[in-house]
Design a protein around this ligand. Structure first.
Ligand SMILES: Nc1ncnc2c1ncn2[C@@H]1O[C@H](COP(=O)(O)OP(=O)(O)OP(=O)(O)O)[C@@H](O)[C@H]1O
Ligand SMILES: [Mg+2]
Length: 473
């Protein structure tokens, strides 16, 4: 079943979020800034206006001597008018701190001793502005430049409700605009993100089509460098898988073929015995010997296959021991000497130093034996096989060289493949399964080592093995 993609975790969603953020946040900040700067500016203007009005009024108060006689109807009218215009309240305090005029007519005749008023009388400040909530309060000394003496103090309280209300209206309008921008940004972000992600969707679709078998071969989405890299990597993986699949198929057909051949021989031999009557005993003997040989061969193939499978599955655990390699090689050569002697082939062992290493004795013996055995098998009569051992501080090196028939250049690459034999008929006569070298390579790989080969047809072959002295699992 297809997995449903998680939208919240998708790159598309993240791109969308970034675009929305970039669209909305700046407009919110801009709107906030406009409203605040309007408010500050409006307040400053209000103060400046008030100040001018108050200065004019103060001059008039001095001129008309209002602080001593507050009965002037003209000035009273002006005071009322001014406080009405600004929807504020004007208080005039004389030198005895008595309120001689209150445009609200509440506190007239009372004494006012606020700190701002005292400050003004002391001459500490020219004018004081205080803002509490929406109320602006100005405290201004009533004096004239000519008569240096202070006649009183004027208190003008005004509320800034108008400014605040306008700012709030502006804010509401800004909110509506931001809402529009937000909706627009979301739509644009959604479409842009979808557009940007399209090539990636195409990559997925191509891979899915390939999996479902709609089309064969490679995929290519070259819209972005990234998609190109992904498809290239995918194609590489695909071709590797194809190679693996081919080699698996070849392996299976090889196995069946190899297992069938001894069976066919046995059947032919047995049939010929069954089909004849009065067969002489010598013939029976001979045929049965042949049948036994075929059974041995079948057995060897199965045993080799099993050890290869085991190594593939890595179930064959490594039994690492610290071992003298010189002795190990001597032991191998001693065991193979009788076979070499049959064809008068000489075996030499050349050790440049004493080498001790962490190895799996059974597996390494098998690997090196296969090499030496090949050296003997594919040699000329009275030839030689030379095994050398050397080491440095990190690896030990074993070479197996022979004076044999050599391997043609085009086969060199393939001799490590399972069942590969250079000359099938000849090898069969010599009696191999073609599994020896693949077992050798697998076991050496399990030791984290390498094996390579150089060869010249008609002159001989040299296998070189390199294995680390200490085993790291
Ligand atoms: N030293 C060598 N000289 C020449 N040819 C070699 C040598 N070693 C290997 N070969 C070639 O490589 C082929 C593969 O070798 P490998 O050891 O895998 O299989 P085999 O010897 O045929 O069978 P097995 O080792 O399983 O009994 C051999 O059949 C042979 O043709
Ligand atoms: Mg072999």
């Amino acid at each position: 079943m297809k997995k449903k993609p998680n939208f919240w975790k998708s790159l598309r969603f993240r791109i969308m979020m970034i675009l929305i953020f970039l669209g909305i946040v700046p407009s919110v900040i801009a709107a906030r800034m406009v409203v605040t700067s309007y408010q500050t500016q409006a307040m400053e203007n209000q103060i400046a206006n008030l100040r001018t009005q108050c200065d004019i009024l103060c001059n008039l108060l001095i001129k008309e001597n209002y602080m001593n006689d507050s009965s002037s109807p003209a000035i009273n009218g002006k005071l009322e008018l001014l406080s009405n215009i600004y929807s504020g309240r004007i208080l005039l305090v004389d030198r005895d701190f008595k309120i001689i005029k209150d445009t609200f007519r509440i506190d007239e005749g009372r004494t006012l001793l606020s700190s701002d008023v005292l400050k003004c009388f002391k001459g500490e400040s020219e004018a004081i502005y205080t803002r509490k909530n929406n109320i602006l309060e100005l405290v201004i000394p009533v004096s004239s430049p000519e008569v240096k003496q202070l006649q009183g103090v004027m208190l003008f309280t005004v509320n800034s409700n108008e400014i605040i209300r306008t700012a709030q209206q502006m804010e509401q309008r800004a909110l509506v605009i931001i809402g529009f921008i937000a909706i627009l940004t979301i739509i644009v972000a959604y479409l842009t993100a979808a557009g940007l992600m399209k090539p990636f969707a195409r990559v997925t679709k191509s891979i899915e089509d390939l999996t479902d078998g709609y089309h064969e071969g490679e995929i290519s989405v070259s819209d972005y460098t990234e998609t190109e890299l992904i498809t290239d990597a995918f194609n590489k993986l695909l071709s590797r898988m194809k190679v693996l699949d081919e080699s698996r198929q070849e392996f299976v057909s090889n196995v069946s073929h190899e297992l069938k051949t001894p069976m066919t021989s046995m059947k032919v031999l047995a049939d010929s015995l069954v089909g004849q009557s009065g067969v002489p005993e010598e013939l029976y003997q001979e045929f049965l010997q042949d049948i036994t040989a075929e059974i041995d061969r079948e057995n060897k193939i199965i045993t080799d296959l099993l050890s290869l499978v085991k190594m593939d599955k890595k179930v064959a655990g490594m039994h690492i021991v610290h071992q003298n390699i010189n002795e190990l090689l001597e032991e191998i050569l001693k065991r193979l000497k009788p076979i070499a002697n049959q064809r008068m082939i000489k075996l030499y062992l050349e050790s440049f130093r004493t080498v001790e290493a962490d190895i799996d004795e059974v597996k390494l013996t098998l690997a090196i034996s296969n090499l030496v055995e090949n050296g003997i098998k594919y040699n000329v009569d009275e030839g030689w096989v030379r095994v050398t051992l050397d080491a440095d501080h990190q690896y030990f090196y074993v070479t197996v060289a022979d004076s044999g028939m050599g391997i043609p250049e085009d086969s060199l690459e393939r001799i490590f493949e399972r069942f590969y034999r250079v000359d099938k008929s000849h090898s069969r006569e010599i009696g191999g399964t073609g599994l020896g070298l693949s077992i050798t390579r697998s076991t050496i790989a399990m030791h984290h080592g390498t094996v390579s080969v150089i060869s010249k047809e008609g002159e001989g072959t040299t296998f070189s093995v390199r294995i680390p002295l200490s085993y790291i699992p």
